[in-house]
Structures are given as structure tokens and as C-alpha cells.
Write a protein that binds this ligand. Structure first.
Ligand code: BTN
Length: 239
């Protein structure tokens, strides 16, 4: 069961979720806002708050050392939601947790640390609108692909898939979760560029290890990468 809070407007649902963890005592908390004015993205980017889209933050007691599981679960939950409502859709996962529908990014996920042993999973889903951004990737929305739902319906379905995957990971373990994620991974075996905070590396996307970290095959051998943005080299500038 999730303790659910919905607001008309927030700066960032992640900030509100972090604030709520200061008084939390083990319950799972979900926060949404109809409008988000200061949404945060990864690497200091911003996340556009277009009305009709879903801005959701989940706060749950979670050990930092298991965060690799949350990274995979958070993206896979949305992919499996889309596969459930539109089994034929062209939807894939781009490591670490982007979901691409018809090759356009339809969501963004930001994991942050809460208080008192909580982790925060912040997810923005382009339900109605694919905001025009200055980012280098293509964007899409569920509505644009003919999937007409409102943000509350998507939130309920997302929580159901998220819970199911959390149970799956708790019962089956990380290798089984990684295997389930890999079924939908974009570009295994393809040349990629991995952008990290201070460096960029080229190689072949060789898969994920049992902790969900990226394995990059380079001329020097295999490297394990824990965080970065990947770009597929055979595509154009808009990736
Ligand atoms: C990304 O850069 O791809 C991650 C974007 C994460 C955006 C979501 S929207 C809900 C939650 N609140 C925030 O401020 N950020 C996340």
C-alpha cells in the first residue's frame, strides 16, 4: 500500500518526497503534482513541467547498496506497463533507466537519497505532451503513440508494475531481474559512446553484469560502468 499525496503544484515532487521522509516511519509514499515548476533531471538538467504529464516521486525504505535494483525496476515498470496496454508497441529500455517509445524518450527517472534510510525514485512520464527540449535525444509521449490515458491512470498502473517488480527482485534476486530487463534492452552488441561526468568512453555495449552495471567492451578489454549516459553511434545527432 502506498500513502498517496497529490498536489496542484510543486517545485519538485522529489523535494516534497524527501521532505516527507523526515517524518516517515517505514511506510511507502507516493507524491504527484499536476504541475511541476522546478523539475530536476539527471546531471543538473531540468525537467519540463508540461500539464497533463505525470510527475511522480516514490519514497521507500531502501538500502543504498541495493540501488542498482531500483534503477532497473523503475524503467522496467514503465516498459511493462506499456507492453500490457499495447503489446505490439515498439518500446525498449536504454540503460540505465530511459524508456524509448518509437525511439523517442517518454520518461525520465532520477534516483535520490531521502532521509531515514529512504530512497526516492522520481519519474516523469510524457503522458500527453512531448516537451520540446534542448536535449540531444528525441522525445515522444504516450498520447502521440495513440495511448490515451490520464496521469492518474498511468500512476496507478505504474505503482502496480513497480510493486510487482519489487516483489520479483526480493524473491528471485538481482540476476533474475537483470535477465528480465535485458530482454528489452536497446542495442546490445552495438557501438556506443558512454558520457560520464569527467570522461567519455567508446566501445561495444556488451550487456549488464549481475549488479545491473553496464559492461563496455573496449580495445583494452571489458570495463564495468556504474553511471553514465549512453549514445548509440549508428544514429544521427538526435539520439
Ligand atoms: C532525467 O534527466 O531523465 C530524469 C528526469 C526526472 C524527472 C522527474 S519528474 C518527477 C521527479 N521530480 C523531479 O524534480 N524530477 C523527477
Amino acid at each position: 500500500m502506498w500513502q498517496y499525496y497529490d498536489y496542484d503544484e510543486l517545485g519538485s515532487t522529489n523535494d516534497k518526497a524527501i521532505e516527507l521522509t523526515t517524518k516517515a516511519t517505514g511506510e511507502k509514499i507516493a507524491v504527484t503534482a499536476e504541475m511541476q515548476t522546478g523539475g530536476r533531471g539527471r546531471r543538473g538538467r531540468r525537467w519540463v513541467g508540461a500539464k497533463g504529464n505525470l510527475f511522480l516521486s516514490l519514497a521507500l525504505p531502501f538500502e543504498l547498496k541495493n540501488c542498482g535494483a531500483l534503477v532497473l525496476i523503475s524503467g522496467l515498470a514503465l516498459l511493462e506497463l506499456i507492453k500490457e496496454v499495447a503489446p505490439q508497441s515498439d518500446v525498449v529500455l536504454k540503460w540505465p533507466n530511459d524508456v524509448l517509445l518509437d525511439d523517442g524518450k517518454i520518461s525520465g527517472i532520477l534516483l535520490e537519497k531521502g532521509e531515514a534510510g529512504y530512497m526516492i525514485v522520481g519519474i516523469g512520464i510524457n503522458v500527453k505532451i512531448a516537451p520540446i527540449t534542448d536535449a540531444v535525444y528525441k522525445v515522444n509521449s504516450l498520447a502521440n503513440a495513440g495511448l490515451l490515458f490520464d496521469r492518474q491512470e498511468i500512476k496507478d498502473m505504474y505503482l502496480r508494475h513497480f510493486d510487482e517488480l519489487l516483489d520479483y527482485w526480493q524473491q528471485q534476486g538481482m540476476p533474475a531481474l537483470v535477465k528480465r530487463w535485458l530482454q528489452y534492452a536497446k542495442g546490445i552488441g552495438s557501438p556506443i559512446e558512454v558520457k560520464m561526468p569527467n570522461t567519455t568512453k567508446d566501445g561495444i555495449f556488451a550487456g549488464l553484469n549481475e549488479d545491473g552495471l553496464l559492461i563496455l567492451q573496449t580495445e583494452q578489454g571489458q570495463e564495468v560502468i556504474s553511471a553514465g549516459d549512453i549514445f548509440f553511434k549508428e544514429e544521427g545527432i538526435k539520439r
